[in-house]
Design a protein around this ligand. Structure first.
Ligand SMILES: Nc1ncnc2c1ncn2[C@@H]1O[C@H](COP(=O)(O)OP(=O)(O)OP(=O)(O)O)[C@@H](O)[C@H]1O
Ligand SMILES: [Mg+2]
Length: 472
């Protein structure tokens, strides 16, 4: 209570001084005295202040937008009484913002940052080529003087990086295709065409063993946050994943889940549309960072018969066009490897994924999918090219539980029929049903809304496959 009375009297004295100053001294002298007062005040204050205005002169201050985005992701933002809501172009996400005179406290490596958002009426417009908004917006950042260098060096960089990530995650994903081959056509059109990519698949909906899923997610997270690691080790900041397994096991769904998880766009590279290695190189150079470059069913799009087999004269293999890699290989159209007029070589592809070309751009993920890993040349599969090989297998019990949750909204434990559960657990592995097969049975029963009937039909289907010798 005492403190408040002191404060009130101090404020009274301060207001009285101001009134006296107004009457006795001319404006310039008042301004100089106030400036001196501020200087003296600042000398004794342990805080320093930074103003970040929305418009800096006549240009937009990028840092203002970054701070707005960064603070919008702060957990304490929702405790604000009044928030501004914004939605960026091509984005389906809404971001919160601080409104007038709102405050927010942020912690960064032991330093406390006090943020205040101010909105004031702009004085009369000075003559400028750009009409400035009526209101002047900005942030005032208050921090302890001892943290000044930490704030100026690391904190602001952290804000810019985080804001860039938030901006990207809020943007809808794009899917690029090289439907026009790889060349920049005569009208100078870009070799990649893009469309919005709103694939619903996420790691939550993906039916696969949880430990394996967790390992993949942590590998992706490590990659996305490992810029300094790749710089320190002198490696190109890229990572390759080979997804292999029978049809309908989720390889394409996994790619969509990766894209949604990382907020990366997807470049779906159709090799049969590319006619030369140099076009392949151009396509790579035209991709953006933070993207996933995909070659689906690579065993069909390139005739990559294993060199081991070829040296024993096994398998048809047209010799390449004298390429540097010492082994031939041209783009086969379709599975049979009938050579088209394309002259892409295996060495071209190897350089594309891990060679001189692969450094044309960083922060890229390469994903190849195949139903037949044994058809691929080991050079393509080695670490540094396909760093992680992921077998997308038939449905396991754990995967089945995820599908039951996704499609029927039920847990296996809800069946409360021990016999049935143990029969399902006994049948799943032998039946060798893909998640696509299981999804089909569950979808058929969705409309009926009868979960038990759906499970009974699924058990029937599994029994059928086992009896047909599918699983024995
Ligand atoms: N592991 C999975 N989790 C969830 N859904 C899956 C999974 N595997 C397949 N599906 C479902 O089956 C359908 C086909 O899946 P997807 O296209 O990912 O299979 P694929 O492995 O790419 O097949 P292909 O080898 O023929 O290209 C999708 O609609 C998807 O919903
Ligand atoms: Mg697929």
């Amino acid at each position: 209570m005492e403190f408040l009375t002191h404060l009130a009297s101090l404020m009274g004295v301060f207001a009285f001084c101001q009134a006296v100053l107004h009457t006795i001294f001319p404006a310039e002298l008042r301004f100089a005295l106030l400036k001196l007062f501020n200087r003296v005040f600042n000398c004794f204050s342990s805080y320093c202040y930074f103003d970040i205005t929305e418009i800096d002169g006549v240009n937009t201050n990028e840092l203002y937008n970054a701070v707005q985005l960064y603070l919008s992701s702060s957990p304490s933002i929702t405790s604000g009484t009044r928030l501004s809501l914004t939605r960026a172009l091509n984005s389906s996400a809404v971001t919160f913002g601080l409104s007038n005179n709102d405050r927010l406290v942020d912690e960064f490596r032991g330093a406390t940052a006090f943020w205040e958002h101010f909105v004031v009426q702009r004085q009369s417009q000075t003559l400028s080529w750009r009409l400035l908004p009526e209101e002047k917006r900005g942030f005032t950042l208050r921090v302890k003087k001892k943290h000044k260098s930490l704030i100026l060096d690391s904190y602001l960089n952290h804000i810019m990086t985080k804001a860039e990530d938030i901006r990207r995650m809020n943007q809808d994903r794009l899917l690029y295709t090289n439907s026009r081959g790889g060349s920049i056509d005569s009208r100078g059109h870009h070799p990649w065409e893009c469309v919005p990519f709103k694939h619903p698949s996420t790691f939550d909906t993906l039916a696969m063993d949880p430990p394996k899923k967790a390992e993949i997610m942590s590998d992706l997270r490590d990659f996305a946050t490992a810029q300094s690691f790749y710089q320190k080790t002198g490696r190109a900041w890229k990572r390759g994943y080979l997804l292999y397994g029978p049809p309908g096991t989720g390889k394409s769904s996994m790619i969509a889940a990766m894209s949604n998880f990382l907020g990366y766009d997807v470049y779906d590279l159709e090799l049969s549309e590319v006619s030369t290695n140099s076009e392949l190189r151009k396509l790579l150079m035209k991709t953006t960072s933070k993207s996933i470059i995909v070659i689906e069913d690579i065993d069909c799009s390139i005739n990559l018969g294993s060199r081991r087999k070829r040296s024993m004269g096994i398998g048809r293999f047209e010799s390449g066009f004298g390429n540097a890699g010492g082994f031939g290989g041209n783009v086969g159209g379709g599975g049979g490897g009938n050579s088209t007029n394309s002259t892409i070589t295996l060495s071209g592809l190897l350089n594309f994924t891990d060679g001189l070309w692969s450094c044309c751009g960083s922060e890229r993920i390469f994903v190849f999918t195949t139903n037949h890993i044994d058809k691929l040349d080991p050079a393509l599969l080695r670490s540094g090219r396909m760093d992680m090989h992921i077998f997308m297998s038939y449905c396991s019990v754990a995967a089945l539980e995820i599908l039951l949750r996704n499609y029927l909204g039920m847990e296996m434990s809800e069946l409360d029929d021990e016999e049935l559960v143990s029969e399902i657990e006994g049948l799943v592995d032998k039946a060798e049903m893909t998640p696509a097969d299981v999804s089909e049975v569950l979808i058929k029963n969705r409309r009926r809304g009868d979960k038990r009937r759906a499970v009974a039909e699924l058990v029937e289907a599994m029994r059928g496959r086992v009896e047909k010798g599918k699983g024995v």
